[in-house]
Structure formats: C-alpha cells, structure tokens
Ligand binder design. Structure first.
Ligand SMILES: CC(C)(COP(=O)(O)OP(=O)(O)OC[C@H]1O[C@@H](n2cnc3c(N)ncnc32)[C@H](O)[C@@H]1OP(=O)(O)O)[C@@H](O)C(=O)NCCC(=O)NCCS
Length: 250
C-alpha cells in the first residue's frame, strides 16, 4: 500500500518538470488527491459498498474537480496533470503508467449497461481536452493530441490527433516529401492537392511519379551492376534527387 503510494508520488516527478518536492505533490496536486480518493472508492465499490463508493467519489470530485467513477479500473503510476474537468466512466479500464491532462473524458456513447467506456493500454498519454468515447481500445504507448475526439480503437504506439482523431503517419509524411521532390523535378504542381482532397488527375500523376522513381532507381542499379562487372554502358548520370538518395540509404 505504502509502496503504491510512493509510486503514485514519484511518477509525478517523471512527468511534470514543475514538481519540486514530494511534500508539494502530496499537498497541492489535485491529480494525486483524485487517484488516492479513487483507490478508496474503488475498494468500497469492489466490496459491495456501492453507495459509500459513490459518495467517496463524489467528495473527490467536489475537492478536485476530477470525476472518477468508483467502478473504473486504474493501473499503477497513473497521473492526472492539472485535472480539472476530467471524467472517467464506470467501465473504463486504464493500464499502468498512463497520463491524462485536464479536461479529458473517458466516456460512453450508449445508455446501455455493460462495457461502454474505453480501455487504455500501458503508457498511454491523453492530451488536454481530448474525448475518448465508447468501448474502444487505446494501444500501449499511444498518444492522443489535445482536444481530439477519439471514437475508434487506436493501435499500439501511434499518435492520433483531430476530430475525429486520425493517425499521424510519419511514413506517409516522408513519402509525401519524396513525391513533392519528384514533382518539383519534373515541374508538376498539384495545386496544393493533398491526400484528403482526392483529385483523380493529381492521383494519377502521383502514381506516375512513384513509377518514375522506381524506374530511375532500377536503371541506376542495373548500370551499377554492369559497371561493377566491367561493362561500359555509357552511363549518364540521372540528375540527383536528394530525397531519393536519403530514402535509398534507409
Ligand atoms: C499529439 C502530441 C501527443 C504530440 O505527438 P507527436 O507524436 O510528438 O506529434 P508531433 O508533435 O510531431 O505532431 C504531429 C502532427 O500532429 C499535429 N498535431 C499535434 N497535436 C495536435 C493536436 N492536438 N490537434 C491537431 N493536430 C495536432 C502537429 O501539428 C503535426 O502535424 P504535421 O505533421 O502536419 O506537422 C502532443 O502534441 C499533445 O497534444 N500532447 C498533449 C499535451 C498536453 O495536453 N499538454 C497540456 C499541458 S498543460
């Protein structure tokens, strides 16, 4: 019990650079108070003291501005920063080492009984004001951008942002940069078309750009093999595309 309490205090230092001392955390961090109160209300809830659990949880909300249903299952080293306005529903499940900021809702989308709130894996971070709704799963290590609305499960380790939340795809970003470089090389301007504004002509040209990129690469590879084999194939250097070189090295 004491060890769990120590963990709850020390995890604050790891995640809030403003934290000065354990005394400060214990006396002035509403997120810490809310977790402590929840451990008590959950204990009562599990032993069938439902009203008492609800009442302790109500007192916690009154004192901290954080509403955690006593039925919610919360793992170790859970940290709520700032806290005001956080709502965690009855059937929510939270893994170890998760962090929530103020204004986060782990809510339901249905009035039916049964599992209706989210399940968070380990090490999940949910930014200020984000709403995570329904019996969905947020994978280990996932991060939810502030003010996002998440209504679908989120895979392990990704970042999601926006309304409705979508995955921030680092690979797609690299791919787009490569295409843009190729488009610039051949003088094509897609008038700012992006993947979320599908334009059939821009799409067709993007596919051709990918194809040209592959052909460039294959021809360069073949020339290299012939050159290494001592065959002179009158190599002509294809104008360098910096981004291709970076990609090829990866
Ligand atoms: C999303 C978050 C977790 C960062 O994740 P990350 O994987 O490092 O992502 P990045 O910062 O590289 O951002 C990736 C993209 O998402 C965008 N993005 C980040 N947060 C966003 C948000 N809340 N809403 C919309 N877009 C967002 C970025 O602009 C960037 O877009 P780009 O690829 O077009 O440039 C972080 O921005 C966040 O919101 N953390 C919560 C912090 C918080 O609530 N603090 C409160 C302290 S009081």
């Amino acid at each position: 019990m004491l060890a769990r309490l120590k963990e709850d205090i020390s995890c604050v230092f790891a995640r809030d650079p403003a934290a000065q001392s354990a005394f400060e955390v214990v006396t002035t961090y509403p997120g810490f108070h809310a977790v402590l109160i929840h451990r008590c209300s959950h204990w009562l809830w599990l032993r069938g003291f439902r009203w008492a659990g609800r009442y302790v949880s109500f007192l916690g909300r009154w004192l901290t501005g954080i509403e955690i249903h006593p039925g919610a299952q919360i793992g170790r080293r859970f940290f709520i920063d700032h806290g005001m306005g956080v709502v965690i529903g009855e059937t929510a499940v939270i893994g170890d080492d998760c962090t929530l900021y103020h204004g986060v809702t782990l809510g339901g989308t249905s009035w039916n009984k049964g599992k209706r709130h989210p399940t968070l894996g380990n090490g999940v971070v949910i930014g200020a004001g984000a709403k995570v709704l329904g019996p969905i799963e947020i994978g280990d290590g996932a991060r939810v951008g502030s003010n996002s609305v998440v209504v679908k499960s989120v895979p392990v380790g990704v970042t999601v942002v926006g309304i409705p939340a979508h995955i921030v795809d680092a690979k797609a970003k690299q791919e787009k940069a490569r295409r843009d470089a190729m488009a610039q090389k051949i003088g094509f301007d897609a008038y700012g078309a992006t993947s979320d504004m599908p334009d059939p002509i821009a799409n067709a040209i993007n596919l051709m750009l990918d194809h040209i990129h592959q052909l460039d690469k294959q021809i360069a590879d073949m020339q290299q093999v012939l050159h290494d084999a001592g065959i002179d194939c009158h190599r002509q250097t294809i104008p360098a595309l910096d981004d291709c070189e970076i990609k090829d090295k990866q």
